[in-house]
Design a protein around this ligand. Structure first.
Ligand code: PEP
Length: 240
């Protein structure tokens, strides 16, 4: 059975003073049967590591493929791991768009994550134009083939389906749209790989998404910043 995950992505939000929200989330998810991860800006990971958390695990949002070197402004998987991360997002569409990251880049980042002992949360997703052209499944199959390295296991990789048009827009994919994609991903990725949905997940729409057979959790942006928004999503997952 795939592991269930409630994963949050704080994107470029949060100062050290906001880490009280991670502690509130930690208290709120204690005892739930799903795993809970918060992917923080790199600057907050070390500080969060010193906090007395019981349940929530910490992730980064990106890693460079190299261990170290002349890459100004970048962060390596080893640096994230040393700071206290156990997960890292690779291939988020905002990175693919803002930084021109290709499938080959995402593959190299995912290999770097594994090298450092991190579990990669590998994101794929189609644009609205691709969906409207009827290309969704073909695009996602290609993205996964191009960005998922050989050697992926349910322990070192989580796959997140995040339609680009649903991220931060308030437009959540319908259960039928999510089911079609996740059923196809299950066939491609195997029975035990965790498959998360991401794109405007909120407490109000979480339960119907988690009721789908091949949805094993969510990657949540905006609604992960506050415990009052995120804990009910994790509770809905644990109850599913
Ligand atoms: C995300 O950042 O991966 C995401 C899905 O964002 P949001 O939940 O805000 O749409």
């Amino acid at each position: 059975m795939p592991q269930k995950y409630a994963a949050g992505n704080w994107k470029m939000n949060g100062l050290v003073s906001d880490l009280t929200d991670v502690l509130e989330i930690d208290a709120g998810v204690e005892g739930l049967t799903c795993k809970t991860i918060i992917c923080l800006p790199a600057t907050l990971i070390y500080a969060a590591d010193g906090d007395p958390r019981q349940t929530v695990e910490i992730g980064g949002q990106y890693c460079h493929p190299a261990i170290s070197g002349a890459h100004t402004g970048d962060v390596s998987a080893e640096m994230l791991a040393e700071a206290g991360a156990t997960y890292v997002i690779t291939g988020h569409s905002e990175r693919r768009t803002d930084h021109g990251e290709t499938d080959a880049d995402v593959r190299a980042q995912t290999e770097a994550a594994w090298r450092a002992g991190l579990t990669a949360i590998l994101c794929i997703g189609e644009t609205l134009a691709q969906r409207e052209a009827g290309e969704t499944l073909a695009v996602l199959t290609d993205q996964l083939k191009g960005s998922l390295p050989e050697g992926a296991t349910p322990e070192n990789t989580i796959i997140a389906y995040e339609p680009v048009w649903a991220i931060g827009t308030g437009k959540v994919a319908t259960p039928d749209q999510v089911a079609e994609v996740h059923d196809a991903l299950r066939a491609q990725a195997g029975a035990d790989m965790s498959l998360l949905y991401g794109g405007s997940v909120k407490a109000a729409n979480a339960a119907e998404l988690f009721a789908l057979t091949n949805v094993d959790g969510a990657l949540v942006g905006g609604a992960s910043l506050k415990a009052a928004d995120f804990v009910p999503i994790a509770q809905a997952l644990a109850a599913s």
